[in-house]
Design a protein around this ligand. Structure first.
Ligand SMILES: *[C@@H]1O[C@H](CO)[C@@H](O)[C@H](O)[C@H]1NC(C)=O
Ligand SMILES: *[C@@H]1O[C@H](CO)[C@@H](O)[C@H](O)[C@H]1NC(C)=O
Ligand SMILES: *[C@@H]1O[C@H](CO)[C@@H](O)[C@H](O)[C@H]1NC(C)=O
Ligand SMILES: *[C@@H]1O[C@H](CO)[C@@H](O)[C@H](O)[C@H]1NC(C)=O
Ligand SMILES: *[C@@H]1O[C@H](CO)[C@@H](O)[C@H](O)[C@H]1NC(C)=O
Ligand SMILES: *[C@@H]1O[C@H](CO)[C@@H](O)[C@H](O)[C@H]1NC(C)=O
Ligand SMILES: *[C@@H]1O[C@H](CO)[C@@H](O)[C@H](O)[C@H]1NC(C)=O
Ligand SMILES: *[C@@H]1O[C@H](CO)[C@@H](O)[C@H](O)[C@H]1NC(C)=O
Length: 369
């Protein structure tokens, strides 16, 4: 055990004793036993990077295992069958699974508004019109990002339904980024373009010219506001006090880290956390930081700065999905307007977030970051 590690635990334990009346994390950490939690995510967000690098999870008595989601189908099945205790994923998935299939998933808050959501291509393609006749990489052809790709391309006169382009089903952005930079799938099939998300637009921007993807369009120029990553949990985990307490601590830690990220005085430490977590250069991490703190799309953009869902943002998610027949299993007369009202048993339930915000512990990371 390193001295730094012992110090971190000591600071965390001390912080919790100070506020032990509002939380039960103190006992976990005083006995130096961290609770394991499985966190599924599509990307290592800036909030996660800060929380993980600067000791926020330990401060809440948590040992977080980050589980990379390979594709949305697999990821949401994992959440539903207990493989993930909580996840962050594009809210469109939760909307789809609840409204079309009545799956028992609950959104407990919004993390971001789609930072760095772009259409990126291989270097030889320089405009949207050149995507005509090409195969475009997606996670799933019926996922939210496939729909926004279709929406933007339609605004340029290109339609999937007319055969102007096709889809290659590849997986989440981590995989699509690697394939785009490589110029082909592992089996050698050429690739042309895809949707990027945070932090891949930044990571790609610092690559040598021969590999550097072109950014053909930014989604924010076409759809805004847009609710993207959202904290999502199994509904029955909210009904189980043990699982609920674990998710609450995770939410508190992410909230505290998000507040830290939002403060301009922590810019250097936040950039360092991102650089360390992603193993990228300071230039790429600075670009990622700028996206993560963007007031319109960033991780600090939720109304009230407290992970509440942007109402117009989720309405835009519903609107884009509807435009392409993405609610084919929803009964006639279904009220989307009522279905997005937060409450117990609804798509969005803030009760966990409310508890998380009232169980914060006092914790300040070392200024030597
Ligand atoms: C965190 O959990 C991992 C296993 O998932 C374990 O190897 C590690 O020792 C734990 N760390 C702490 C500090 O408890
Ligand atoms: C999704 O990921 C799982 C687990 O890695 C894999 O078995 C499955 O083939 C993937 N599905 C697609 C469509 O890529
Ligand atoms: C990269 O592309 C080549 C073909 O250009 C392919 O053979 C190889 O498998 C790809 N590598 C990865 C990791 O996908
Ligand atoms: C959770 O509890 C609420 C009421 O407290 C109930 O409406 C809901 O059906 C329960 N959900 C599950 C999946 O058990
Ligand atoms: C609640 O969750 C815990 C931990 O996952 C589990 O051991 C317990 O059986 C669950 N309780 C109920 C009533 O399902
Ligand atoms: C970090 O990236 C460098 C190259 O950019 C690589 O050599 C190194 O193995 C990476 N480290 C980890 C832990 O992935
Ligand atoms: C978040 O902030 C909004 C706007 O200030 C407020 O209305 C809402 O009650 C807050 N939510 C929580 C969970 O604190
Ligand atoms: C205890 O937590 C509350 C939030 O619930 C916070 O406002 C307060 O500053 C904390 N007090 C200490 C001593 O950390």
């Amino acid at each position: 055990m390193s001295i730094l590690y012992i110090l971190t635990l000591a600071v965390a334990a001390y912080a919790q004793v100070q506020n032990s009346s509002t939380t039960d994390v103190s006992t976990d950490s005083l006995s130096k036993k961290l609770q394991p939690i499985n966190y599924g995510a599509f990307t290592q967000t800036a909030t996660y990077s800060v929380a993980n690098q600067l000791g926020f999870f330990q401060a809440y008595g948590l040992n977080v295992t980050y589980l990379q989601v390979p594709n949305s189908t697999y990821g949401y099945n994992q959440l539903l069958n207990g493989g993930y205790d909580i996840m962050t994923g594009t809210v469109d998935n939760a909307v789809n699974l609840r409204f079309n299939q009545q799956q028992p998933l609950t959104v407990t808050g919004q993390l971001d508004g789609g930072p760095e959501l772009t259409i990126a291509s291989i270097p030889s393609i320089t405009s949207i019109s050149q995507l005509k006749g090409k195969a475009l990489m997606v996670d799933s052809p019926v996922s939210g990002y496939a729909y926004i790709l279709r929406k933007v391309l339609a605004l340029y006169g290109l339609y999937l339904e007319n055969g102007d382009y096709t889809f290659q089903v590849v997986g989440s952005t981590v995989i699509r980024y690697a394939d785009l930079v490589n110029g082909s799938l592992p089996d050698g099939t050429p690739v042309y373009a895809t949707i990027f998300t945070y932090p891949f637009t930044s990571e790609g921007s610092v690559l040598p010219a021969a590999q550097r993807p072109n950014i053909l369009a930014s989604i924010v120029d076409f759809i805004q506001p847009f609710t993207s990553s959202a904290f999502t949990i199994r509904e029955d985990a909210l009904n189980n006090s043990t699982q609920r307490a674990l998710a609450r601590k995770f939410t508190s830690a992410m909230y505290a880290a998000n507040k830290y990220l939002a403060s301009p005085s922590h810019k250097t430490c936040s950039i360092n956390s991102i650089a360390k977590q992603l193993n990228v250069s300071t230039a790429a991490a600075t670009s990622a930081y700028n996206s993560a703190t963007d007031p319109l799309t960033g991780e600090t953009s939720s109304p009230g700065g407290n992970f509440t869902v942007n109402r117009q943002g989720i309405l835009n998610v519903i609107d884009v999905r509807s435009q392409f027949g993405g609610f084919s299993s929803v009964p006639t007369g279904f009220s989307y307007a009522d279905a997005i009202i937060p409450g117990t048993g609804q798509l969005i339930d803030y009760s966990l977030l409310d508890e998380a915000l009232s169980s914060l512990v006092s914790y300040t990371p070392s200024s030597k970051c």
